[in-house]
Design a protein around this ligand. Structure first.
Ligand SMILES: Cc1cc2nc3c(=O)[nH]c(=O)nc-3n(C[C@H](O)[C@H](O)[C@H](O)COP(=O)(O)OP(=O)(O)OC[C@H]3O[C@@H](n4cnc5c(N)ncnc54)[C@H](O)[C@@H]3O)c2cc1C
Length: 234
C-alpha cells in the first residue's frame, strides 16, 4: 500500500489514434516537484499501481501530462482509457533516475519505441530551450504509419531549431511510406558513427528489446557505457 499520494484532476483524455491516449491532469492541493524524465506511480485499482513517465516539463506544473499506449489492455491501460475530465487520480511524487545529465555532451541522441517518446519529448524541450546549443537528434520507432502523432510539434521544433532533427522509423510501413523504415537501433548506431564518441550521449526509452539491442551494438563499437542512459518499460 502506497502512502502520501497526490491527487490530480483529469483535464483531458484525448485518444490520438488506435494506440495512444494523451492525458492532462492538474494537481489539487499539494504540488510535487520533478526533473524532466521522471515517472509517477499511478493508482489504477485497489492496491494496484502502474508507472507512467511525465510527458510534460516541470514548468507546466501544476498541470502535467502522460502518453499512454492503451494496447496492453491490462488494469492500468483499461483504467486510464476510460478516465473522464473532472475525475480524480492518485499518484506518488515523481521518481526515477532517467533524467538529463551534465556530462559534457555536445550531441544528444535520443531513441524511443512507442510510448517511450513520453519522457523524451520534455527532455527535448528542455535541451532546446537551454543556453547550450547541443545537437539533438531523435529516432522514434513505431510499427505503422497510423500510430504516428506529435509530428506537428516535432516538425515545428525542427523548423525553429537548426540543432534539432528527428526521424520517425516504421518497422511495418504501409505501401507509400516515404520515410525511414528500419529500426531505432540501426539509426542510433549510424548517427553515433557520424558523431564524436567522447562528446555524445545516448538516451533510450521503451521496450527492453530495443534498449538491449542498442546497448549491445554500442558496446561493439566501444561507445562508453556510462554515456548511455535508459528507461525500460516492459
Ligand atoms: C518506469 C516506467 C515508466 C512507464 N511509463 C509509461 C508511459 O509513459 N506510458 C505507457 O503507456 N506505459 C508506461 N509504462 C508501462 C506501464 O507501467 C504499464 O506497464 C502499461 O501501461 C501496461 O499496464 P497494464 O496494467 O494495462 O498491463 P499489464 O497487465 O501490466 O501488462 C500486460 C502485458 O503488456 C506488457 N506491456 C506493458 N506495456 C507495454 C507496451 N507499451 N507495449 C507492449 N506491451 C506492453 C507487459 O509487460 C505485460 O506483459 C512504464 C513502465 C515503467 C517501468
Amino acid at each position: 500500500m502506497m502512502t502520501n499520494l497526490y491527487q490530480s484532476k483529469v483535464l483531458e483524455n484525448k485518444q490520438v489514434n488506435q494506440k495512444f491516449h494523451q492525458l492532462k491532469f492538474k494537481l489539487q492541493g499539494d504540488t510535487f516537484a520533478f526533473q524532466t524524465g521522471q515517472f509517477v506511480v499511478l493508482k489504477v485499482g485497489e492496491d494496484l499501481y502502474r508507472d507512467y513517465s511525465l510527458a510534460s516539463t516541470p514548468q507546466a506544473l501544476p498541470q502535467w501530462e502522460i502518453v499512454v499506449d492503451v494496447t496492453p489492455g491490462g488494469p492500468g491501460t483499461t483504467y486510464l482509457k476510460q478516465l473522464k475530465p473532472g475525475e480524480t487520480v492518485e499518484t506518488t511524487s515523481p521518481r526515477g533516475v532517467f533524467t538529463l545529465q551534465e556530462d559534457g555532451a555536445e550531441t544528444v541522441i535520443l531513441g524511443a519505441t512507442g510510448c517511450g517518446i513520453s519522457p523524451l519529448k520534455p527532455m527535448i524541450e528542455e535541451l532546446l530551450s537551454g543556453s547550450e546549443k547541443k545537437k539533438v537528434c531523435l529516432f522514434w520507432g513505431l510499427r505503422y504509419g497510423s500510430e504516428i502523432f506529435l509530428e506537428d510539434i516535432l516538425g515545428k521544433w525542427q523548423k525553429d531549431y537548426p540543432n534539432f532533427d528527428f526521424k520517425i522509423v516504421l518497422s511495418k510501413p504501409e505501401a507509400g511510406w516515404e520515410g525511414e523504415s528500419s529500426h531505432v537501433t540501426e539509426c542510433v548506431i549510424e548517427m553515433v558513427g557520424k558523431s564524436s564518441k567522447d562528446k555524445t550521449s545516448v538516451y533510450l526509452c521503451g521496450s527492453s528489446e530495443m534498449v538491449y539491442d542498442v546497448r549491445e551494438s554500442l558496446a561493439k563499437i566501444d561507445f562508453p557505457h556510462d554515456k548511455i542512459y535508459f528507461e525500460r518499460y516492459f
